[in-house]
Design a protein around this ligand. Sequence first.
Ligand code: IPM
Ligand code: MG
Length: 362
Amino acid sequence: MTQEYRITLLPGDGIGPEIMAVAVDVLKTVAALQGNLSFTFQEALVGGAAVDAVGQPLPEETLDKCRNSDAVLLAAIGGYKWDALPRELRPETGLLGLRAGLELFANLRPAQIVPQLINASSLKPEVISGVDLMVVRELTGGIYFGKPRGIFATETGEQRGFNTMAYSDSEIDRIGRVAFETARKRSRKLCSVDKANVLEVSQLWRDRITALSAEYPDVELTHLYVDNAAMQLVRAPKQFDTIVTGNLFGDILSDIAAMLTGSIGMLPSASMGASGPGLFEPVHGSAPDIAGQDKANPLAQVLSAAMMLRYGLNQPEAANRIEQAVQKVLEAGYRTIDIQSPGTTVLGCQAMGEELIRALGT
Ligand code: IPM
Ligand code: MG
């Protein structure tokens, strides 16, 4: 029996449309090879592209389309062009609205060393070889969404900007459960990252995660303060398996984890809620400096499509095919400019896509 999936595509801004085109070709090829699945793609506007077309970064129609699909594949949003707009019109606000609107509270960001790219990292090969970790980032709470927030004028005529970092029991527990379950499927080591030596919100975080660990006696739980965690990630990253943390700390630590692997252009992510469609997107941004030049690395987007198959649609075999194709093109020495090294063949975004399609067929 053929499984049919409706996928909402959000190409967004900058290099988004170029890398999305490659991912769609890859998905179509995988469907044809598998024979038991088919995709219906529907495109929608988000980010700067939506601001330009309809005057807002997350049109209601986009959210509706996303809700009425089995999964959402997003490329990237943002660019210099929209940086000066008021906050409610900024592309980032569209992305945050999407995460909140679809209640995607759990963000999984894997960072795995690809042996062929070990020299692309700024860290020594012996430090990073074998790194395989997963950052589980809380995505719909914390200081990103906490209220009150704003900038106000004080009596002295100064301005004062403020945000609120807040988590409630239930928010911590649900992300904690995802993290313990994730660790269980990996090597059963979970490190919770907070700033409990200073922040009350972190104290609650630590207490709840510690209490939850009673339900997961098979998972070894440790705690680190976020400053130490940042240091440990670059000092000795192999000590980590699964990391769970709040929204802001996760934003920062996942960028560090990404750079262990040499190129942020390689890393996919999955954002999931309790039910409903997940959202799958590369960790990198829209790279406006190289947009439209056929220089972008489509591999994180393609690997995000693989994560969509694995975590969103429960099609591990199709996901494996994609991940193996990525391995094959790297083994054959093909690189985009961001991951090139001596002796490799540099390809543009489109040509990299063609090699992936070729590799899928072999
Ligand atoms: C990310 C990005 C976003 C975030 C921005 C674009 C709003 O940095 O997905 O990590 O801060 O969450
Ligand atoms: Mg970020």
